[in-house]
Every structure is written in structure tokens, then in C-alpha cells.
Ligand binder design. Structure first.
Ligand SMILES: CCCCCCCCCCC/C=C/C(=O)SCCNC(=O)CCNC(=O)[C@H](O)C(C)(C)COP(=O)(O)OP(=O)(O)OC[C@H]1O[C@@H](n2cnc3c(N)ncnc32)[C@H](O)[C@@H]1OP(=O)(O)O
Length: 189
């Protein structure tokens, strides 16, 4: 009930699709073995900002990686760690994922991660993609994608792994899978 009420409130989805705010969560750290080698680079601003409202049990995750929240290894690592931290907090029952960037939810996988990289880097990158959708799809929290901008390819994948999707009503915002157009074949899982 509290979750439903929170989602209806001004700090819930309707507000998210039109505005931003600024605080951060303070949740214990728990890092999966897959993520351990990818330490956060503290010389760059965080790509993910989490607000957790203890009173409602709902966390809002703002993706803030300019210009288009492309899913790089660093971004995915940060996102997975944030989800894991929330998952460890039993008082967190709902997670809303949204974008802090104007007009774009996520541009999908970071194209620059897919060429000129070592086999080790490529392996780590694709593992982080898999880790992202497994974490979200398998989450015990109620997950909602508040899609406040375009969300092609991997952005669509991320939205699909959530329990619910709500998209801002704007004809300029696109969502869907365009890998074939790009000539990209997702590797075998
Ligand atoms: C649940 C079970 C799951 C089972 C498994 C299913 C398997 C699914 C496999 C999924 C594989 C996914 C593959 C991908 O995601 S490949 C990436 C595909 N993405 C795209 O094609 C999006 C391309 N971008 C756009 O369409 C537009 O940029 C966008 C609409 C997002 C925004 O448009 P806008 O006009 O606002 O911005 P610009 O186009 O000017 O872009 C701004 C700068 O951002 C750079 N950019 C854009 N997209 C990417 C990207 N994906 N990676 C890296 N960089 C990107 C763009 O180059 C501009 O940079 P500059 O300013 O430097 O020019």
C-alpha cells in the first residue's frame, strides 16, 4: 500500500516524468564478485544518483551520465552496485529508474565500448551488460522504468527488465530494439 501511495504522490512517477531533485542515499555497500575489479573512478562525477525514501520504501535511481546515459562498463558497474546496495536493504521495496538527462532515458549500449578494445575489456563489458539485466530482472524489489526520453536498444532492454514501464507521452521519444539496423548481433547467453 505504501509503495502504491508513494507512486501516486508528487515524489512518485508523475513528478519524475517532469522534474528532478537532489539528495542521495546512504545504504550499506555489498559488491558482487563480478563487479569487484571495476572500482569506481572518483575523479569523475557519479553516473547514478539514488534517493531512498525510508518512509515509503521507494528508491528513485536517476541516471546522470551526459549526454545520453549510454551504457558503458563504468556506468553499468555503478548501476549494478547501486541496485545491489538497495537490494541488501530490506526496507527498500520499490525502485524507480529514470533519467536526469533531458530527452533521453538511455541511448543503449555505449558504442565506443565495442571497438578498439582488448578481448578482456570486451568480456568485462558484456558481462556487465548481462549483470545489469539479470540484477534488474531478478530483483526482489518492485522495479519501474519511468522512461522520460528516448530509449533505443540497450535502453529498451533495461526498461524491459523492469516489472513496469511508464513512458512520457512525447512523439519525439523513441523506444525499441534497433540492433539489426546497426548490424550488431547480441552474443549468445
Ligand atoms: C530480459 C531478457 C533480455 C535478454 C537479452 C536481450 C538481448 C538484447 C541485446 C541488446 C543489445 C543492445 C545493443 C545496443 O544498445 S547498441 C546501441 C544502440 N543505440 C543506438 O543506436 C542509439 C543511438 N543514439 C541515438 O539514437 C540518439 O543519440 C538519441 C536518440 C539517444 C539521442 O539523440 P540526441 O539528438 O539527443 O543526441 P545525439 O544523437 O546528438 O547524441 C549526443 C551524443 O551522444 C553520443 N551517443 C549517442 N548514442 C550513443 C551510444 N549508444 N553510445 C555512445 N555514444 C552515443 C553521440 O555520438 C553524441 O556524441 P557527440 O556529441 O560527441 O557527437
Amino acid at each position: 500500500m505504501a509503495l502504491r501511495a508513494a507512486l501516486r504522490s508528487r515524489s512518485g512517477l508523475s513528478g519524475l516524468l517532469s522534474q528532478r531533485s537532489s539528495c542521495s542515499s546512504d545504504i550499506r555497500m555489498c559488491v558482487s564478485p563480478l563487479l569487484v575489479p571495476q572500482e569506481r573512478n572518483y575523479s569523475t562525477p557519479p553516473k547514478i544518483r539514488v534517493e531512498f525514501d525510508q518512509s515509503t520504501g521507494v528508491a528513485v535511481m536517476h541516471m546522470q551520465s551526459p549526454p545520453v546515459n549510454s551504457l558503458s562498463l563504468d556506468f553499468l558497474t555503478e548501476l549494478c552496485i547501486s541496485v545491489e546496495k538497495l537490494e541488501m536493504d530490506k526496507s527498500c521495496r520499490g525502485l524507480i529508474i529514470t533519467s536526469a538527462q533531458p530527452k533521453v532515458f538511455s541511448a543503449g549500449l555505449d558504442i565506443t565500448e565495442m571497438y578498439g578494445k582488448s578481448p578482456e575489456h570486451c568480456g568485462a563489458f558484456w558481462r556487465s551488460v548481462q549483470e545489469m539485466w539479470l540484477k534488474l530482472y531478478g530483483s526482489n524489489m518492485v522495479t519501474i522504468a519511468a522512461i522520460n526520453g528516448s530509449s533505443p536498444a540497450g535502453g529498451c532492454l533495461m526498461a524491459m527488465t523492469c516489472d513496469y514501464r511508464i513512458m512520457a507521452d512525447n512523439p519525439r521519444y523513441n523506444i525499441g530494439l534497433n540492433e539489426t539496423q546497426l548490424g550488431i548481433v547480441a552474443p549468445f547467453w
